[in-house]
Design a protein around this ligand. Structure first.
Ligand code: PMP
Length: 395
């Protein structure tokens, strides 16, 4: 095994060296070693990719579709994305110039921040949030500015945004919103988005909206998007990882104003050249004929949500209203104190249930834990019972 030459170790990119390791992954891996643990840690559907989507990819492979695709994506996929967004949001994106297929929303985020940011640019990040944003923003040379939303039931308000822009966030270039939210499961109403959009426009910011969980909303809530209100300054990111259980396929997309999209498409060529052919075929099928899959997945997740919800409330947790995605963000009962890392570690070792410490999701998350209900029905039942017994035992 070659070891790096001694004098070269100081010569690598300093920005990358200083990026933190993901605490979430480290914690999940550590507790995964505990025998018989039920893991509600990771945001990955346990469901399988629907058969018709798999068949679309298989047919594509059999057609020998194995050549470089255009850098923005194949026309069929770009049309499918455009139609999907038009049907869902009533916003028209030109498939020829305003959409780019990406390797998951992960690549979409990297492309977007690389395109928008100059070194030292500030990006406003309402927290708690999927912590990977921080690393991606820093990698692109930006500075993430956290906005703690815990006082407002984990939703960014227009006044909190104004307040941040008048202080630490002064001169910010962009705001990123995750709707529905990972880790809180909260969903914005149209009115709330209109108020936020006004501040975004007043301060001439870019809006980046991560809508990867848009198909997973429960009860009476509906999905709205900043792009319905301020399309001229919004960059919409979404993908199929969560809605149709395609995490391992690595497929997402970006839609936005043409001027920005042309830059994004240009650098997509540098980064990945193009998305895998058969994955594009699968995504085209999912976006064109996936409606029944979303309905089926929602029914499964909602049932699991209700089981966990009841168990947690009965055990003395206070929940951020879980309206979307597949997460519950729960405040630890008072008698356990406020150290969420200790609580999650104890719960893993003593009750054999894996949950994520809330403080790993940024400001406002301390004292909470995130539970993912993208786990099997059996695991959800087991976890609910184990949590209830654990809390009762310590009564
Ligand atoms: N955005 C959010 C809010 C997420 O929670 C995740 C995955 N955990 C991603 C993006 C990454 O999605 P993808 O699998 O499409 O890269």
């Amino acid at each position: 095994m070659p070891r790096l030459a001694k004098n070269l170790s100081d010569k690598t990119n300093t920005r990358i060296k200083s990026l933190p390791q993901s605490k979430i992954d480290a914690f999940a891996n550590e507790i995964a070693q505990i025998p018989d643990i039920v893991k509600l840690t990771i945001g990955e559907p346990d469901l399988e990719t629907p058969e018709h989507i798999k068949q679309a990819a298989i047919a594509d492979i059999k057609r020998n579709d194995s050549h470089y695709a255009p850098e923005a994506g194949k026309p069929e996929l770009l049309n499918a994305i455009s139609n999907y967004l038009n049907n869902k949001l009533g916003v028209r994106y030109d498939p020829q110039s305003e959409i780019c297929a990406t390797v998951g929303v992960s690549e979409a985020l990297n492309l977007t921040f690389m395109t928008l940011l100059n070194p030292g640019d500030k990006v406003l990040v309402p927290t708690p949030v999927w912590g990977v944003y921080f690393g991606i923003i820093e990698l692109a040379g930006g500075i993430p500015i956290e906005i703690d939303t815990s006082d407002d039931h984990f939703l960014l308000t227009a006044s909190k945004l104004e307040q941040t822009l008048a202080g630490e966030g002064g001169g910010a270039k962009a705001l990123i919103l995750t709707d529905p939210s990972n880790p809180t499961g909260r969903v914005y109403t149209k009115t709330e988005l209109i108020e936020i959009a006004q501040v975004i426009s007043d301060h001439d910011l870019f809006a980046i909206t991560d809508e990867i969980y848009a198909e997973l909303i429960y009860g009476h809530k509906k999905h709205y998007s900043l792009t319905q209100i301020i399309p001229e300054r919004t960059i919409l990111l979404s993908g199929l990882s969560k809605s149709v259980a395609m995490t391992g396929w690595r497929i997402g997309y970006i839609a936005g104003p043409q001027e920005i999209m042309q830059m994004i498409i240009k650098i997509n060529l540098y980064l990945v050249c193009s998305v895998t052919d058969n994955v594009q075929a699968a995504a085209t099928e999912a976006l064109t004929n996936g409606e029944q899959d979303y309905i089926a997945a929602r029914a499964i997740y909602e049932k699991r949500l209700n089981i966990l919800h009841t168990a947690l409330v009965e055990s003395g947790f206070t929940l951020a209203a879980p309206e979307g995605a597949f997460y519950i963000f729960a405040k630890i009962p008072k008698k356990f104190g406020t150290d969420d890392v200790k609580f999650a570690t104890d719960l893993a070792h003593k009750a054999k249930v894996g949950v994520m410490p809330g403080s790993y999701f940024g400001a406002g998350g301390a004292g909470f834990v995130r539970l993912s209900y993208a786990a099997s029905d059996t695991d959800i039942q087991k976890a609910a019972k184990r949590i209830k017994n654990y809390v009762k035992r310590l009564q």
